[in-house]
Design a protein around this ligand. Structure first.
Ligand code: FAD
Length: 270
C-alpha cells in the first residue's frame, strides 16, 4: 500500500527588498468606497507577489508634495533631510499584470488618514513609491476547505485568494462591508459560497456583525485553513471563536489585524 503525505505546511518565501518609483496610470471606483489605483512604470520589472496575503509598503507624500525616493542603506531607509517624510502604510498587491507591467492596488476610502486621503485625490500622472513585498506565505491547496473572513480592507486579499484557488477547492467567504452598494463581483473557479455582511450604519471596527455571522455558519466537514483580516480586535474575536468553539486547529488560522480602531499607522508583527 502506498501512502500519500499531503503537506499542509505554509511555505515562506523571501524576496529581495526593492523600492520602486511608480506613476498612477488609472484611477477607477470599484464601488463608492473602494478605489482601484493602477500603478505603472519600468521599475515594476521583476515584481513578484506569489502570496494572496502579501503586502507592499506605500509611501504617501504629504499633501502638496511630490514623491521622494528614499535610499535603502545599512541603517534602513533614509529620506532627504530637506523634504517632509512620507507616511508609510501596508497595502495588498491586488493584481500584477506582467505584460503591461502594471500593479492594481484597491484602497478603502475610510476617511481621514494619509493613505485614504491620498487615494481620494489620486490622479493619473502622480508619482508614488512602493517597497516590497519582502516575503510571501504560500498556503497549500491541500485543505478540504478554506474560510476567508474579513472587512473591506481584506477584500483585495480575499479576492486574490478566490481567483487563485483551483477548481476542486472549496471556499466560504464572509465579508463585512458598509452596505449592499459595497459588494463587488469576485471571480473564482473554486466551489464557493460568498456571504456579505452589511454594517448598514454600524461603526466600522466596533461591531460584532462578522463574528455573529460566522457563529451562525454551518461549517463544511474536513480540514480548514482560515484567513481572517479585519480591524484588530474583530479579527482576534473571530480567531478565538474558530479555535475555541469550532475546533479549527490554531496552526491553520491566520488572523491579521489590518487596522486598529482609533490608532493611525497601527502595527502588528507580520
Ligand atoms: C498586510 C495588510 C494589507 C492591507 N491591505 C489593504 C488593502 O489592500 N486595501 C486597504 O484599503 N487597506 C489595506 N490594509 C489596511 C490599511 O493599511 C489601513 O486601513 C491603514 O490604516 C490605512 O491608512 P490611513 O493612512 O488611511 O489611516 P491611518 O492614518 O492609519 O488611520 C487614521 C484613522 O483611521 C482609522 N482607520 C484606518 N483604516 C480604517 C478603515 N479601513 N476603516 C475605518 N477606519 C480606519 C484608524 O483607526 C485611525 O483612527 C492592509 C493592512 C495590512 C496590515
Amino acid at each position: 500500500m502506498t501512502m500519500t503525505l499531503i503537506n499542509k505546511s505554509p511555505q515562506r518565501i523571501r524576496h529581495e527588498t526593492r523600492l520602486r518609483l511608480l506613476e498612477v496610470q488609472a484611477v477607477k471606483h470599484i464601488t463608492p468606497l473602494m478605489l482601484r489605483v493602477t500603478l505603472a512604470g519600468d521599475q515594476l520589472a521583476g515584481f513578484s507577489s506569489p502570496g494572496y496575503a502579501d503586502h507592499i509598503k506605500i509611501f504617501f507624500p504629504p499633501a502638496g508634495h511630490k514623491a521622494v525616493m528614499p535610499v535603502l542603506g545599512p541603517d534602513g531607509l533614509a529620506f532627504p533631510p530637506d523634504k517632509p517624510r512620507p507616511e508609510m502604510r501596508d497595502y495588498t498587491p491586488r493584481a500584477f499584470h506582467a505584460a503591461s507591467t502594471t500593479l492594481d492596488v484597491d484602497f478603502v476610502l475610510h476617511g481621514d488618514g494619509p493613505a485614504s486621503s491620498w487615494a481620494a485625490q489620486a490622479e493619473v500622472g502622480q508619482k508614488i513609491v512602493i517597497g516590497g513585498p519582502r516575503g510571501s506565505m504560500i498556503i497549500p491547496d491541500a485543505f478540504d476547505w478554506y474560510l476567508l473572513a474579513g472587512d473591506e480592507t481584506a477584500l483585495p486579499a480575499i479576492g486574490r485568494r478566490l481567483e487563485e484557488l483551483p477548481a476542486p477547492a472549496r471556499a466560504v467567504a464572509v465579508i463585512e462591508v458598509a452596505s449592499k452598494e459595497e459588494e463587488q463581483p469576485l471571480r473564482t473557479d473554486a466551489q464557493s459560497e460568498i456571504i456579505w455582511v452589511h454594517r448598514n450604519g454600524a461603526e466600522a471596527g466596533n461591531n460584532d456583525l462578522l463574528l455573529r455571522r460566522i457563529e451562525q455558519l454551518a461549517l463544511p466537514e474536513g480540514d480548514c485553513y482560515a484567513f481572517i483580516a479585519a480591524e484588530s480586535s474583530i479579527s482576534k474575536a473571530v480567531r478565538d471563536h474558530l479555535v475555541g468553539q469550532r475546533g479549527i486547529d490554531g496552526e491553520w488560522v491566520k488572523a491579521a489585524g489590518y487596522w486598529l480602531r482609533g490608532v493611525a499607522d497601527a502595527h502588528e508583527p507580520h
